[in-house]
Design a protein around this ligand. Structure first.
Ligand SMILES: O=C(O)[C@H](O)[C@@H](O)[C@H](O)[C@H](O)CO
Ligand SMILES: [Zn+2]
Length: 299
């Protein structure tokens, strides 16, 4: 097996880098800077980052089948025309919760856009609890609410057979699973499949690999974990040179590279001096596993 190599491939520092996905047609990595209020695209061929500024904290960006992107922005679902840099609002959520914002999101294998909300943070992980909910934007632009009482709605993905949905509410310090009905988009039978250890800190973004194992980025833990959701065991830990690892996705021509986003928010001068790559994007090669291409929003 090839040895594992970690490179900081994007040095432009995000406040909170999040929600990466690989865009194969442009050999690019698309991601957001949540509190930097930017959608970013790093073209791996030109090595240039293009950003589009938005008017609120942005939790997630996903590709759209009809072109452009769908966003979970502030407390709105919206579409982004990348070339025109134009955002169009589609739906509002949490109208009664003025201090909420969207966080992480992903598209299911049928083209539904899942994204969850949370209260605004005063400092990392310091916020009014139980304010968030998990939503779906359907292809017809209607919104479904799955459940509420969420602290920090975070990483999500589906099993290779599409029968299980994995989800992280960060402050539960667990990775949870639900039975998933792809036909209806409904969730049931919630259970925890992994409980983080103290040094693994806060579970944040996650993605699944071809073998059905989960890769979980640990905020303040400086690592990604590979979890077997069947046994509830951690199989592998890959440490990174920054503490605030936030999310991950597979990319590259054959989806064998793991891209990891990070944050630099709330780090003091001394901490930033020790970790000058905080907020950068990292590429991990040599893992010996592959992931999946992202799904695109159907609407
Ligand atoms: O990266 C995210 O998902 C959020 O936008 C962050 O706010 C972190 O989860 C949080 O700070 C960790 O506690
Ligand atoms: Zn996150």
């Amino acid at each position: 097996m090839a040895s594992i190599k970690i490179d900081c491939v994007v040095k432009d520092s995000c406040k909170i880098g999040e929600c990466p996905f690989w865009e194969v047609k442009e050999s690019s990595l698309v991601y957001v800077d949540v509190t930097g209020q930017k959608v970013c695209k790093w073209n791996t061929v030109t090595n240039k980052v293009k950003t589009v500024c938005v008017d609120a904290p942005i939790g997630s960006v996903v590709p759209r089948r009809s072109g452009g992107y769908a966003l979970a922005l502030g407390t709105r679902f919206a579409f982004l025309d990348w070339d025109k840099e134009c955002v169009t609002d589609i739906a509002h959520v949490d109208k009664d919760k003025g201090n909420n914002r969207f966080n992480d999101g992903k598209v299911d294998p049928a083209g539904r856009f899942f994204a969850g909300t949370m209260g605004m943070e005063i400092r990392p992980a310091e916020l009014e609890l139980k304010q968030g909910s998990l939503y779906t934007l359907q292809a017809d632009h209607s919104v479904v609410k799955h459940f509420d009482q969420v602290d920090i709605s975070n990483g999500l993905d589906w099993s290779p057979d599409h029968k299980v949905f994995y989800y992280i509410d960060s402050l539960s310090f667990t990775v949870d699973a639900f039975d998933y009905d792809l036909q209806s988009g409904k969730l049931s039978n919630r259970r925890a499949v992994y409980k983080l250890e103290a040094e693994e800190a806060i579970p944040d973004g996650q993605c699944i690999d071809e073998e059905g194992k989960l890769w979980v980025a640990c905020y303040n833990g400086g690592r990604v974990l590979r979890i077997d959701p069947e046994t509830g065991k951690r199989i592998q830990t890959v440490k990174l040179p920054v503490d605030k690892t936030t999310s991950c996705c597979f990319g590259g021509r054959d989806y064998s590279e793991l891209y990891v986003t990070s944050a630099s928010d709330a780090m003091d001068e001394e901490w930033l001096k020790r970790q000058p790559q905080a907020g950068g994007i990292f590429k991990i090669t040599g893992l010996g596993v592959k992931g999946f291409a992202p799904h695109s929003f159907a609407g």
